[in-house]
Design a protein around this ligand. Structure first.
Ligand code: FAD
Length: 690
């Protein structure tokens, strides 16, 4: 494709803008506004752009494509990092590509002097991420139809693969494993090992770093690349828009897209476009002071969104003001936090992760995951911009020594701003290019919650059940606080006129950009899931959901209660719930009684309180006590559901179920485990775990 006039204007603007950036705008006064359309243009280009990867590579002069399949942004982030490193260390012409944006029939036409990387997250029950579904189906199909008649079909394709998974799930890293297998079968040549990162063990970043070095070595050998001294090159140009004030109507102050900026948001609402939903009511579920669990009713009646019992809702959080201030301060951006800037990709295949013109404040508050665990690779990058030699040495050490990094950073749950302040003893990091910050920090991600209402009972009102993340850490002054749940807590406190609101919560800008969220609103979208009640309501169900794992089961129980009220018959409905104490964190106690009134003997609540008796009792123990009954229900084709903690509980429940089957049916444990596997494959065993 040729450059159109607008592109040329934009490119010229970037060039001038870059000059302005490096001269801090001194040499340069803007008379007209050549940037006004730059984000619109980028979006427009996206709409009309090619889906042909070969065409894209040729037109942009690339020889290394990094495809990503990402759900929560980590895979996308790793893809960007590979792109960056490939370019700076080996002079590769890299580009990052969303799997959803291209067709795959011509993967066979990619010449052998190019390389394709796949960075693939596995989601939920071994599923591809939303953006990788089509690719996955294509590549793993019996015989994918390619554009040429090569034999083998992908004999020319050189590829690299890294997967992001979680070993606490049954299908660990199944995406990268299956794609790797499929590519091998099609005759493609893998370079290096197919890497696997494990979120379950908390080693994702380290697994990635450990995988990529030998991979680069193998790739350099295979493609005859020379390693060079990596110098930092910005991916984005930043232009100070001195002629614009933050209240100008075209300036984004946290609005997620143009429709929101114009005040005309409309559906479809999805991962790119949230619905600003009113919170109808919110209340506390725990009766202890030091821990909070929120129940919130989110009204979607003003939207065209719908949900089904068992789906997930995504909440789009903003960062707490306290952390935004800390971040702006350490990078010495406080003075110009409200300056208007435009950000443009300095090369055509990079994407600016937020709309502009905007302000530093809005970018940090609404678009950057500033509180997340720090990437060790980013620390190594930042060393070059340290404010003094001592800080530089410390950053280099942190960047290269994983154990040292872990002991200093992860143990304290430090975020980037806190870490930098400790390293430099408070000295500001004035030399860090803002582009490096955009590149090094992931996009702020929506958080998912298992919907705890029934769509049969309230089709337009979604409830969530969220425990507020607060952790005291020895050696740290203040507790670690989760981004989204403390934002929700602040909303709840405001809605209820709490006389003692959390001081941290008060720093959130919960009125949203231009006060658009006033009246207690929260940006959301719905994600459909496969976690569903049996279509035949007379089938028995066994649900295991301790803590907030009870969320979807509140929806399930309410759904069956509503069915009975409507005159339908329902099957046996057993819920195993566990928490610490009946007097502290026993959620929805009254609601279970109401359900019992309607469902009668068909409903049973089995409780496990871990801190009441002399011995800790968990849901797994209660399951074992009911072995006979559970086995009988499973023989009647009961559905078995587990929700909540993936790391320990879900795994143990799986093991206990196999033990139950083994003892009750007098079969070997191996055979019983096999049966549990079959139940999973047949959707008779379903998990909703995180
Ligand atoms: P975050 O800020 O995202 O922190 C979360 C965790 O990340 C911390 O506890 C910590 O372990 C780690 N972390 C963050 N920052 C750092 C750092 N700087 N250093 C080290 N570690 C760090 N939750 C519910 O309460 N109820 C539900 O029904 C529910 N359903 C879910 C369904 C699905 C499908 C998924 C994927 C998750 C679900 N969750 C649910 C979890 C929820 O999405 C959030 O993860 C949770 O609420 C915490 O979000 P947060 O923004 O408050 O915390």
């Amino acid at each position: 494709a040729e450059l159109d006039t607008l592109d040329i204007i934009v490119l010229a603007a970037i060039l001038l803008g870059t000059v302005a950036y490096f001269t801090k705008g001194k040499l340069w006064g803007v008379t007209k506004d050549p940037y006004a359309n730059s984000f619109a243009a980028a979006n427009g280009a996206r709409a009309g752009k090619t889906r042909n990867i070969i065409e894209k590579m040729e037109e942009s002069g690339k020889n290394c494509i990094i495809f990503y399949g990402s759900q929560t942004g980590t895979a996308e982030d790793y893809a960007s990092r590979l792109a960056k490193e490939g370019k700076s260390r080996f002079g590769l012409e890299t580009m990052v590509a969303d799997l959803e944006d291209y067709d795959y029939e011509n993967l066979d036409a990619i010449p052998s002097d190019k390389v394709v990387m796949f960075v693939l997250a596995t989601y939920g029950e071994g599923e591809p991420t939303d953006n990788a579904v089509d690719f996955y189906e294509f590549i793993t199909s019996e015989s994918p139809s390619f554009s040429l008649d090569n034999d083998p079909p992908l004999g020319n394709l050189n590829y690299v693969a890294f997967g992001l998974g979680n070993n606490t799930y049954e299908h660990y890293n199944s995406m990268v494993r299956n794609v790797n297998k499929a590519l091998q079968k099609l005759g493609a040549h893998r370079i290096g090992e197919a890497g696997e990162g494990d979120d379950g063990a908390g080693t994702m970043e380290e697994d990635f770093l450990a995988w990529k070095d030998p991979m680069w070595k193998a790739l350099a050998e295979k493609m005859g690349l020379e390693e060079r001294e990596a110098v930092y090159e910005p991916v984005f140009g930043i232009v100070e828009r001195d002629n614009l004030t933050p209240d100008a109507p075209e300036v984004y102050l946290g609005e997620p897209n143009k429709m929101h900026l114009d005040g005309t948001p409309k559906g479809p609402f999805n991962a790119h476009n949230p619905y600003i939903a009113p919170i109808q009511k919110s209340y506390e579920l725990f009766s202890v002071k030091d821990r909070n669990c929120l129940h919130m009713e989110i009204d979607i009646s003003g939207s065209n969104m719908s949900y089904q019992t068992g789906d997930h809702i995504a909440v789009w959080p903003t960062n707490a003001g306290e952390e935004v201030d800390r971040f702006l301060d350490i990078f010495d951006l406080t003075g110009k936090r409200h300056n208007v800037i435009s950000v443009k990709a300095l090369e055509p295949t990079a994407k600016v992760p937020f709309p502009t013109p905007t302000t530093y404040d809005a970018i940090v508050r609404y678009h950057m995951e500033i509180c997340a665990p720090v990437s060790r690779q980013f620390i190594a990058t930042l060393a070059a911009f340290a404010p003094d030699e001592e800080s530089k040495a410390e950053m280099t050490k942190l960047g290269s020594d994983k154990d040292y990094f872990h002991s200093k950073v992860n143990v304290q749950y430090l975020n980037i701003a806190r870490l930098l302040a400790i390293v430099s003893k408070g000295k500001k990091w004035t030399n860090v290019p803002f582009s490096a910050i955009i590149e090094g920090i992931t996009k702020l991600q929506p958080r998912y919650y298992s919907i705890s209402s029934s769509s049969l009972e309230q089709p337009k009102m979604i409830s969530i059940t969220a425990v507020v993340e607060t952790q005291e850490l020895p050696g740290r002054g203040d507790p670690f606080r989760g981004v989204a749940t403390n934002y929700l807590l602040a909303l709840k406190e405001k809605q209820n006129g709490d006389p003692n609101p959390s001081p941290f919560g008060l720093t959130y800008e919960i009125m949203g950009p231009r006060n658009k969220y006033d009246g207690i609103h929260v940006p959301v979208h719905v994600r459909h899931s496969n976690f569903k009640l049996p279509s035949d309501p007379t089938k028995p169900v066994i649900m295991v959901g301790p803590g907030t794992g009870v969320a979807p089961f509140r929806g399930f129980v309410r759904e069956r209660k509503k069915m009975v009220e409507n005159g339908q018959a329902v099957g046996k409905t057993i819920l195993f719930f566990g928490c610490r104490k009946s007097t502290e964190d026993f959620m929805y106690e009254r609601e279970w009684e109401e359900a019992k009134q309607v469902l009668g003997d068909q409903f049973e609540l089995v409780l496990a309180f871990s801190r009441e008796g002399p011995k800790k009792v968990y849901v797994q123990h209660r399951l074992k006590e009911r072995a006979k009954e559970i086995n009988e229900l499973l023989q009647q084709k009961a559905y078995f559901y587990v929700c909540g903690d993936a790391a320990n509980m879900a795994r143990e429940v799986n093991a206990v179920l196999a033990q139950i089957l083994s003892s009750e049916r007098s079969i070997s444990e191996e055979r019983a485990e096999e049966i549990v596997k079959q139940m999973r494959a047949a959707n008779q065993y379903q998990e909703d775990v995180w």
